[in-house]
Design a binder for this molecule. Structure first.
Ligand SMILES: Cc1cc2nc3c(=O)[nH]c(=O)nc-3n(C[C@H](O)[C@H](O)[C@H](O)COP(=O)(O)OP(=O)(O)OC[C@H]3O[C@@H](n4cnc5c(N)ncnc54)[C@H](O)[C@@H]3O)c2cc1C
Length: 281
């Protein structure tokens, strides 16, 4: 079995600030991490590999410094790492990102064996769009399971996989055919501690580095800024709320009564409006 996990190196959002004048994200000096959702995806892939055999390839598109995240993924136990890096990929929106990643996944398939499962995180903590997983699935014509919190049964003979998908108001148990693409939520699993042998292997490992040409990109105009119709016009921090928390003394009243009285006190016209509305029914 061959599993590909797409990981993105992102700035540690706990340390990000927005420039007060230009409203741009201040990335200088901000440490980078593997996007947290991608770690849940990687752990799910490693658990399947440990149980059923096969290989896990991690893939990222990013600047040369993204090699650090790939090496980290190798310390967790991934078998191979591919870095897609080229000046032509710079400034990519989700359309251009999915074009480049889908092309690289095809090349990974041709070089190391066709993937049975492709994992992505649900979304990143910087771009935050959650479009890249479904975009890759569309470009590769794959079935997709999104918002997955847990992987269930995998049957390699029947070539099916079951997964728990979290949806509003419940959990869906879904089964689909392989090959497929899965986008992972924060899950019940947690990324393992890397074993010493994997840390040593990761330190010595050769990261496969592909340019656009190496990856087999056919239309360079679909990559990077040139291939990106998205324009982010403004980025800003939401203004702090003026409203402060209120302390309500329940006294001898029930909490519900006290809350309703407080709401009516703060919005004097509301009670009359509700009465008028109720008369209309
Ligand atoms: C503030 C801000 C402004 C931006 N402005 C622009 C702009 O003006 N023009 C422009 O073209 N682009 C811009 N970008 C970049 C771009 O929109 C996205 O960062 C990029 O396309 C990936 O989308 P995403 O981060 O929303 O991924 P999501 O769709 O949220 O990611 C889902 C999953 O896909 C996988 N994935 C995503 N990206 C990669 C990757 N590079 N390598 C491997 N796997 C990946 C991961 O598994 C991830 O968990 C901007 C980004 C930010 C944060």
């Amino acid at each position: 079995m061959h599993i590909v996990v797409c990981i993105k190196q992102v700035p540690d959002s706990a340390q990000i600030r927005v420039h007060p004048v230009t409203n741009t994200i201040m990335r200088q000096g901000v440490p980078t991490i593997i996007n947290p959702y991608d770690l849940f995806a990687l752990e799910a892939a490693l658990e399947l590999r440990d149980k059923f055999g096969g290989e896990v390839t991690v893939l990222t598109m990013g600047p040369p410094s993204a090699e650090d995240s790939l090496r980290k993924a190798l310390t967790f136990g991934a078998d191979r790492a591919v870095l897609l890096t080229d000046r032509f990929f710079a400034g990519a929106d989700t359309l251009a990102t999915t074009y480049a990643l889908a092309t690289a996944i095809r090349k990974i398939g041709d070089t190391y064996g066709a993937p049975d499962i492709i994992f992505t995180g649900k979304q990143t903590i910087d771009g935050d769009t959650a479009q890249v997983g479904p975009g890759i699935a569309k470009r590769l014509d794959l079935l997709q399971l999104t918002y997955v919190a847990r992987i269930g049964a995998l049957d390699l003979d029947a070539r099916t996989i079951e997964a728990e998908r979290r949806s509003e108001g419940g959990v869906q148990i879904l089964r689909t055919r392989l090959p497929c693409l899965i986008t992972m939520l924060e899950a019940t699993n947690e990324i393992r501690r890397g074993a010493m042998k994997d840390a040593l292997r990761a330190a010595r490992a050769t990261i496969v580095k592909w340019s656009a040409q190496d990856a087999g990109v056919e239309d360079i105009a679909k990559c990077g800024l040139r291939g990106s119709p998205t324009i982010v016009k403004k980025v800003f921090a939401p203004p702090p709320r003026a409203e402060k928390a209120a302390l309500i003394d329940f006294g001898s009243r029930s909490p519900a009564e006290a809350l309703i009285e407080d709401i009516f006190k703060r919005q004097p016209k509301l009670e009359a409006e509700l009465v008028t509305l109720a008369r209309g029914f």
